[in-house]
Write a protein that binds this ligand. Structure first.
Ligand SMILES: CC(C)(COP(=O)(O)OP(=O)(O)OC[C@H]1O[C@@H](n2cnc3c(N)ncnc32)[C@H](O)[C@@H]1OP(=O)(O)O)[C@@H](O)C(=O)NCCC(=O)NCCS
Length: 187
């Protein structure tokens, strides 16, 4: 995976030594549930999830340029057979609440979109958020995704939850208004 560099962020590979920083926000009650997962109960649980993310090789750790500490994650996920066949992936993201409201996730999403369309040459990137998640809705709007449909997905508590789905195609991206100059990519 390439390291992606934006104005304020470095998106890099996760390592096992990130586990304490990951657990510090993954245990909070207002982070995971908005993204569909249960707050982590122990550092061992965070270690299992980090191992999974490293193995899948599709998740970046989000760090601020000035300090190499993971404050969130962002990933491109295949999720299902249809996506694999259609050369598309779904983007997912989380950032520690200490850093909310600074536009950092918009910056991270823009970097990953550039990587998705220019490097991976994906045809489409999908994104979804729960109906109640207005913060994620704003990220989606600010990164030019287009609404497609609603669907129900399993929530960690065993219920089904309504997810609002969006897409961005390569054509829309290349002809669109995303300011690609904000993002550089380095190996
Ligand atoms: C959704 C999330 C990634 C947004 O990240 P972010 O870097 O804060 O994004 P932004 O700075 O662009 O802020 C998004 C909106 O949230 C609002 N916001 C910021 N802090 C907030 C807070 N404490 N409470 C409510 N809204 C807040 C901002 O005002 C902004 O809206 P605006 O552009 O109209 O002003 C982040 O809130 C998060 O990780 N939430 C928990 C996990 C999650 O929901 N992941 C997405 C799953 S689909």
């Amino acid at each position: 995976m390439k390291t992606l560099v934006t104005k304020r962020l470095i998106l890099r590979n996760l390592t096992f030594s990130d586990v304490e920083d990951f657990y510090n926000y993954a245990k909070k009650p207002n982070i995971g549930p908005s993204a569909g997962w249960k707050p982590h109960q122990s550092i061992e649980e965070s270690m299992r999830i980090i191992r999974m993310m490293i193995t899948e090789n599709e998740v970046w750790g989000i760090t601020l340029k000035e300090v190499d500490r993971v404050i969130g994650t962002i990933g491109l996920h295949v999720r299902n057979f249809d996506n694999a066949m259609l050369n598309q992936k779904e983007i997912g993201y989380v950032i520690d609440d200490t850093y909310w409201g600074q536009g950092l996730m918009v910056e991270a999403v823009e970097a990953v979109l550039r990587y998705a369309f220019i490097d991976l040459e994906l045809d489409k990137v999908l994104c979804g958020h729960s109906t109640a998640n207005l913060q994620s809705k704003r990220v989606v709007e600010k990164t030019n995704f287009i609404y497609t449909h609603k669907e129900f997905r399993d929530h960690y508590d065993g219920t089904q939850i309504e997810i609002i789905m969006y897409e961005l195609t390569k054509d829309m991206y290349l002809g669109g208004t995303n300011d690609k100059s904000k993002t550089e990519i380095r190996l």
